[in-house]
Design a protein around this ligand. Sequence first.
Ligand SMILES: Nc1ncnc2c1ncn2[C@@H]1O[C@H](COP(=O)(O)OP(=O)(O)OP(=O)(O)O)[C@@H](O)[C@H]1O
Length: 115
Amino acid sequence: MLRFFKSFRFASNGLKEAFKSELNFKVHLFSVVVVVLAGWCFEVSFLEWIALIVCISAVLATELFNTAIEVLVNLVSPEFNPKAGLVKDIAAAAVLIVALMSLVVGLIIFVPKIF
Ligand SMILES: Nc1ncnc2c1ncn2[C@@H]1O[C@H](COP(=O)(O)OP(=O)(O)OP(=O)(O)O)[C@@H](O)[C@H]1O
């Protein structure tokens, strides 16, 4: 049981460090606040909330994986190496895909409610 609570502490430490060091993570968290407020203002349906929660979780989790990969690459290859750069670029591309798809979901949900 102690191990279970310890793993929460490690995870919250990871969240805290990502928040402190990553501008992108702060931007994504700000976007989460905007989306939740918009969902509340426009009274989105139950299924729309589910879609928004899945997208928010996917964006934040992908951003955290990207940060972890950056830290790992900096650890194992602090000097310039094209493969190290490629690993970072691919991880960043994963964030871009999830963020763009989430934007599309957001547009599908909110545009008809705004116009
Ligand atoms: N060790 C390296 N060798 C080769 N290219 C690298 C290396 N480190 C970074 N790069 C290249 O520079 C880009 C930016 O790297 P950086 O570590 O600043 O990531 P970032 O996406 O800007 O992260 P941050 O969120 O910290 O701003 C990478 O996507 C990669 O193309």
